[in-house]
Design a protein around this ligand. Structure first.
Ligand code: MOS
Length: 735
């Protein structure tokens, strides 16, 4: 279906099923252990072998040799594959270095061998006996030391590297109020619960991978390309993922090595990356250095706006696009935004939840807080004064729907923003300094082609089949809700099969595009099912109403199942958006508010209250949408206060490569979180009138925490994370 906007009234608008708070339909399978994740596919393969990946101990150079004698003599070892016995494999989609093969080492913990054994423990033990010799060469591992010479760079093949409008320098020089601030964000790790894992099995020349992957159709094409297979000879299956946050958008070494290990041994082989390998073998969110310069009139209207972001990556890798939201968020006639990319020989940088905006908003919204202070203005009002309803770089182009001002006003009111203390460091409760901070949340909502199959059979039972994934977000439930609503059936009448590459190719889980686009494909398929049913029953498809398991028109009603006399109805359909993204900017909006306490003696922080007020179009399932937002807010607290991959700039690796050293917030760090969704439909963004929420909840939170820390202490820290060593000696004197 070619989507034509605005969509007008649809059966979804009844909201009998869609929009209702609905627990996950697959929840019982998960809590009873019957949901099989990639490493647990004993339901489909028998007698697997276990592969353990050996990672390079150097960051750059060459492998000069392997001594496998001791490893091969270990109990249970069946086979050892080494990288030097084959040519470097072609790159997979989204990979900037080979995942296996050849003697060249591009980054620390690059996969160089796979030990295959009868058990996981035997494979791991033998892997520690693989002796490797290397020729090590130097590399660049310190972004700060090479940032000044980094060339300008685009976001992949999209967007400009430098974007300029009007005359920034002249307007900035003339502005009565100016801010010039440089913020840094560190390398971060996804730290998802389920490590990368694959079970591989060959039957003749056909390969099946039960793997943990967010994007099944990309993964299928990618593994076919990497291994030189015909795509029709590859099947990926991923009914469940234990999180990904972008780390599983692309193929990683577990999938490639499980396939190679299984080919060599002619047995099913399971490979899971050990936790340290997840940190250095896979991808991370790259560190950034961001300079922001704003010039404003005395009333707060920005006349000059500049944001330049520098990040690093391996040759061929992408930028961390910290300026993407800055090209869309605030009006200002004179603008300069740019991105620079340094060549850095660390592990691959790639997408992590809200790539670009998450890091960009931490800097932008901190600098906005500084501007509000310089103006003596309420930070909420500053954002409102600079709101825009059109793309600031292309005023012809409108937002599909933009209710940022409403998010800020309603959020501020619900939070009690007006009651805050406006003198930094000026509120004490015993030993605690209390501060409040806010920031805007902003993240794009991207229209993407997505396909699904809807099967109506039996006594009005519906099956939805698509290669769409549920990364933990609640996809099963919203797809079932959509089909139930469209066909006038209860939720229980719908079953959903996900993650199988034999089914129609969906948009996948990424970029917070999953919910709106995958439900839109089910909507599109159901439109066709309705046409077929209505026609078979002798009704007018344009007038028939589907509800309570029946089809109604005027005073006539017939059970839906009557249409099945001629056999089941099966429809494959996709949703396609044409030039919608060019015509309209689809984005999502939030106001984030945080109350923070800082121990005046020790600098310890406690987040006391958080509130997000969000606009993301129709909220398909308030339960799972809220869950997405509070999870994202939690991630934002981590980004603000604790999360940082410590770079060993001598040897080029992340030192804290485990969940003991890489600190994410735990339950005790997080207070009650309040989430408000504006009751807004976006009739332009998608047929469901919905957008995404999964990344919106993260964008801006870090800055809201940082701004609260400033309000509490009077100390402005521009270097994330805000660990207490950066402000302890600057805290207000204790009386
Ligand atoms: Mo998201 S970082 O596109 O999974």
């Amino acid at each position: 279906m070619k989507y034509v906007e605005p969509v007008g009234e649809t059966p979804i608008d009844r909201q009998r099923v869609v929009g209702r708070p609905t627990p996950r339909i697959e929840g019982p399978l998960k809590v009873t252990g019957r949901a099989h994740y990639a490493y647990e596919r004993h339901d489909v393969v028998e007698d697997p072998l276990y592969g353990f990946v050996v990672g390079s101990a150097i960051a750059q150079g060459r492998v000069t040799g392997f001594d496998l004698a001791e490893a091969k003599a270990q109990p249970g070892v069946v086979e050892i594959l080494t990288t030097t016995e084959m040519e470097a494999l072609p790159l997979g989609l989204g990979n900037s270095t080979t995942l296996f093969g050849g003697d060249v080492i591009h980054h620390y913990h690059q996969a160089i061998a796979l030990v295959v054994a009868r058990s996981f423990e035997e494979a791991r033990a033998a892997a520690s006996r693989v002796r490797v010799s290397y020729a090590r060469t130097p590399g660049h591992h310190d972004l700060a030391s090479i940032a000044d010479t980094a060339p300008f760079a685009k976001d992949g093949d999209k967007g400009p590297d430098v974007s300029a409008l009007g005359d920034f320098e002249a307007a900035y020089a003339k502005a009565p109020v100016r801010i010039d601030a440089t913020y840094t964000t560190p390398d971060e790790s996804h730290a998802m619960m389920e490590p990368h894992a694959t079970t591989a099995h060959w039957q003749g020349d056909k390969l099946t991978l039960w793997t943990s992957n967010q994007m099944i159709s990309w993964g299928k094409d990618s593994i076919a390309n990497v291994l030189g297979l015909k795509p029709e000879n590859v099947r990926l299956d991923c009914p469940y993922l234990g999180g990904g946050f972008g780390a599983k958008l692309f193929l990683r070494a577990d999938a490639v090595l499980a396939a190679l290990g299984s080919k060599r041994t002619q047995r099913p082989v399971k490979v899971m990356l050990s936790r340290p390998l997840v940190f250095n073998n896979t991808t991370h969110r790259p560190a950034t250095i961001q300079r922001l310069r704003f010039g404003a009139d005395k009333d707060g209207r920005m006349t000059a706006f500049s944001h330049v972001c520098t990040s690093g990556n391996l040759p061929g890798g992408d930028i961390e696009n910290g300026v993407s939201q800055s090209r869309l968020l605030y009006a200002a006639p004179n603008r300069y935004t740019a991105h620079r990319l340094a060549e850095l020989d660390l592990p691959e940088g790639a997408s992590m939840r809200a790539p670009g905006e998450a890091a960009g908003m931490m800097a932008l919204e901190g600098a906005m807080d500084e501007l509000a202070e310089a103006l003596g203005m309420d930070p909420v009002e500053l954002r409102i004064v600079n709101d825009t309803q059109v793309d600031p770089e292309n005023p012809e182009r409108k937002f599909s729907n933009r209710k940022l001002v409403e998010c800020l006003r309603r959020g501020a009111e619900a939070f009690g923003w007006d009651a805050r203390n406006t003198t930094p460091g000026g509120r004490r409760e015993g030993r605690w300094l209390i501060g409040h901070g806010m920031a805007v949340g902003f993240r794009n909502s991207i229209p993407r082609k997505s396909a699904a199959r809807v099967r109506l059979s039996g006594n009005g039972q519906v099956t939805v089949e698509t290669d769409m994934t549920d990364i933990g977000t609640g996809t099963y439930t919203i797809l079932a809700q959509t089909a139930a609503e469209m066909l006038g059936l209860p939720l229980e009448a719908v079953s959903v099969t996900l993650g199988d590459s034999d089914h129609p190719a969906a948009c996948g889980s990424g970029g917070q595009w999953g919910a709106a686009n995958s439900t839109s494909s089910v909507y599109a398929a159901c439109v066709k099912v309705r046409e077929t049913v209505a026609t078979r029953l002798g009704f007018d498809p344009a007038k028939a109403d589907f509800s309570d398991g029946s089809v109604h028109q005027g005073s006539e009603s017939r059970p839906l199942a009557d249409a099945l006399g001629a056999g089941e109805i099966v429809v494959d359909e996709s949703i396609e958006y044409g030039d919608l993204a060019e015509k309209f900017q689809q984005s999502t909006f939030a106001g984030h508010f945080v109350e923070l306490a800082v121990d005046a003696y020790t600098g310890e922080t406690q987040v006391r209250r958080m509130l997000a007020c969000c606009e993301a179009g129709r909220i398909l399932n308030p339960v799972s949408a809220r869950s997405q937002v509070i999870g994202a807010m939690t991630m934002g607290v981590g980004a603000a206060l604790t999360e940082e991959l410590a770079v060993d700039t001598r040897y080029g690796f992340f030192v804290n490569h485990d969940l003991a050293g890489y600190e994410v917030p735990v339950h005790a760090d997080i207070p009650h979180q309040e989430v408000i969704f504006l009751e807004e439909l976006d009739p332009v963004a998608s047929p469901m009138k919905a957008k995404g929420v999964g990344e919106l909840g993260l964008c801006g939170v870090g800055a809201a925490v940082a701004n609260a820390l400033y309000n509490a202490t009077g100390v402005r820290v521009r270097e994330y994370p805000l660990t207490l060593d950066k402000y302890l000696d600057k805290l207000p004197a204790i009386a």
